[in-house]
Design a protein around this ligand. Sequence first.
Ligand code: KG4
Ligand code: ZN
Length: 427
Amino acid sequence: MRILAIETSCDETAIAILECEGDEKSARFRVLGNALLSQVEIHKEYGGVFPALAKREHAKNLVPLLESALEEAELLHEDTQAIPEETRAKISEVLAREPGLTEAFFDFVSECEPPAVDAIAVTAGPGLEPALWVGINFAKALALLWDKPLVAVNHMEGHILSALAKEPVPTPPSGTRFNLVISDVEMPVLALLISGGHTELVLMKEWLQYELIGQTRDDAVGEAFDKVARMLELPYPGGPEISKLAEEVRRANSVRSRLADQASAGPEGGEEQSFEVYLKLPRPMIDSGTCDFSFAGLKTAVLYLLKDTKGMIYHTSTQLTEETKMAIAHEFENAVADVLWKKTFLALEETAAQTLVIGGGVSANTHIRRVFTDAVDVRHPHVSLRIPAAALTTDNAVMIGLAGYYRALRKEFSPEIVANGNLSLAD
Ligand code: KG4
Ligand code: ZN
């Protein structure tokens, strides 16, 4: 089955085409086309995703991305198409709320043969509703025109499945065809989903059936990364920026401790302080005994730390020094990783999960990946840890195609998809 997948839930516009075969026990996917445009540079000056702008950008990007995904998949065949008046009118109605898209849509499709795809999958939620609607309406228009079934995809299911997917090594660069396999998944699966909008622990006991084990009571972890980065005057998105600084501190600390070892712990060697000695941030709810999270307090603690007079030792007058930024980034990332692991550990104990998945944009974080890899090795060596390949950690349409395939296998087609910003996995 060939799936055309569309993702517009946040600030990435993406279209992928996947050739899929197999069943829920073992499925293979060949990514025929994979086109993605990130809006990060555009949202940077607002310090976060600006929904109206995201919507406008998606509307601008979808047609060029469709063309490039079809071309890459060798499914783009130019031929003048006569679109019946009735179909044209219906499509115009569907696209009426997406200014600028209608004209580009008709210009493109009236010169392009219907491609050989079997279904169209699109993200229905969660995400920013105005952004979701653009993708959904675009998918509906294509489905009407080409007479294809539509599949509504939960974005978070996409994150889980892309973590479960294995690919051949080495990872091919984006833009070239690559293969993915989802097989030998030992149930139950525990998924830690960490993104800009989500922080939750979800249990999959049966294939694609979910139970919520824990979630954040306030901010999502990616949101906390982004907000703390803003306090540290780092650009959006903050996650990768904080990670870079924190990793520098770890590198410096490991060099220091090597040097100290070499100086055989003489008095000079012992005097060298590592960054983390200077400050400590809380680990909110770490001992609550539940699998719920809270990150708002951690963010506020950073704020107080910056305002605190004791914090002045890190400042030269009113300016944040590079060293302060690094020390806070380091301690903040350590605090986040400590809480995430502790809660996940508790959930693993409670659920006896055999597979642990980490998904969502924050799963790109080097330190979190390392902490989980080491901790699973030591504390739960029988658990299979699945973290997505780097190219699949942040939002993309391949993950929507994976989820779309399984839903299409179950014949879960939905002609009337509605955007749902708060769509949950566990209803
Ligand atoms: O899943 P995603 O691409 O979009 C949402 O569905 O939210 O996640 C985006 C989030 C942002 O908050 C971003 O700062 C965070 O993922 N992120 C990271 C890293 N890369 C992206 N957070 C920590 N470390 C990273 N390396
Ligand atoms: Zn996401």
